[in-house]
Design a protein around this ligand. Structure first.
Ligand code: NAD
Length: 256
């Protein structure tokens, strides 16, 4: 996978999949504009720059339209172009639940970050990709866009279904402009987002029963997949539901 000569913007880059992808993209030659609501993203940029890579940090909230416009402008101003847009930032609210337990404010916050954040990223990112002559958009959905769970997280699940459907339509709309759009659907991962939701060993083991590989995925394994989707190695791939999930969506009964 070769990202030399490409500039990539990654949201949610202070931790988890975003931070691992920043390291992976940089290793393959990309210049990086890293965005996060959390100022910790600046540390990821420091690590990359110390290792001889080119990266800048933009603090911003993907649910805020002005912040999304500003992050794309910052990337183009600093590097001259945008070639890869990785709309990855997302939340799973601890107060999410079933239709009775999930409050309107949890629903709205989840939708604003997980769905509207991707929309705003595309709204401002697509004109920049056009100016660069095309590019790759990767939107992080989830395996829960494909499977229902009895441990409810209704707002989160609905938000990821929306990201998956939106990604497909974006792919069709922009295919002839050389802009590819794919939805990365991670399985359950050992990152802060899921581990703080599955906050006991019993809850974690309960989830692992459904994963044929019998373990949580790693942020680095999602980064490899994102790097493939970002690079020209995936040049004929668009509109895909790109599941990287330890086999969870393939399973009916898992091994003992
Ligand atoms: P994480 O919590 O480790 O990292 C998410 C990052 O997004 C954090 O740095 C956080 O500060 C940032 N962020 C949150 N809200 C933001 C906002 N409004 N604006 C900008 N940045 C914001 O999570 P992760 O596991 O790396 O998740 C990344 C993506 O993968 C999310 O979209 C998540 O829904 C999805 N996902 C995760 C799993 C999993 O099991 N962890 C599974 C499937 C999908």
């Amino acid at each position: 996978m070769d990202l030399k000569g490409k500039t990539a913007l990654i949201t949610g880059a202070a931790a988890g999949i975003g931070a691992a992808s920043a390291h992976c993209f940089a290793k393959h030659g990309a210049k990086l504009c890293l965005v996060d609501i959390n100022s910790d993203g600046a540390h990821v940029v420091e690590e990359l720059n110390q290792a001889g890579h080119e990266a800048v940090f933009v603090q911003g909230d993907v649910a805020n339209e002005q912040d999304c416009e500003a992050m794309i402008a910052a990337c183009e101003n600093h590097f001259g172009s945008l070639n890869v847009l990785f709309n990855n930032a997302g939340i799973m609210d601890a107060a999410d639940g079933d239709s009775q337990a999930c409050d309107e404010n949890v629903w709205d916050r989840t939708m604003n970050i997980n769905v509207k954040g991707v929309f705003f990223g595309c709204k401002y990112g697509i004109p920049a990709l056009r100016r660069a002559g095309g590019g790759s958009i990767i939107n992080t959905a989830s395996f829960v866009a494909l499977l229902g769970a009895a441990t409810p997280q209704l707002a989160y699940t609905a938000s990821k279904g929306a990201v998956l459907a939106m990604s497909r339509e974006l792919a069709v709309i922009h295919a002839r402009e050389g802009i590819r759009v794919n939805a990365l659907c991670p399985g359950p991962l050992r990152t802060e987002l899921l581990m703080s939701f599955l906050d006991t060993e019993a809850k974690r083991q309960r989830r692992l029963v459904h994963v044929p590989m019998g373990r949580f995925g790693l942020a680095e394994e999602m980064a490899q997949a994102a790097c493939f989707l970002a690079s020209d190695a995936s040049s004929y791939l668009t509109g895909s539901t790109f599941t990287v999930d330890g086999g969870i969506t393939a399973a009916y009964v898992t091994p003992e």
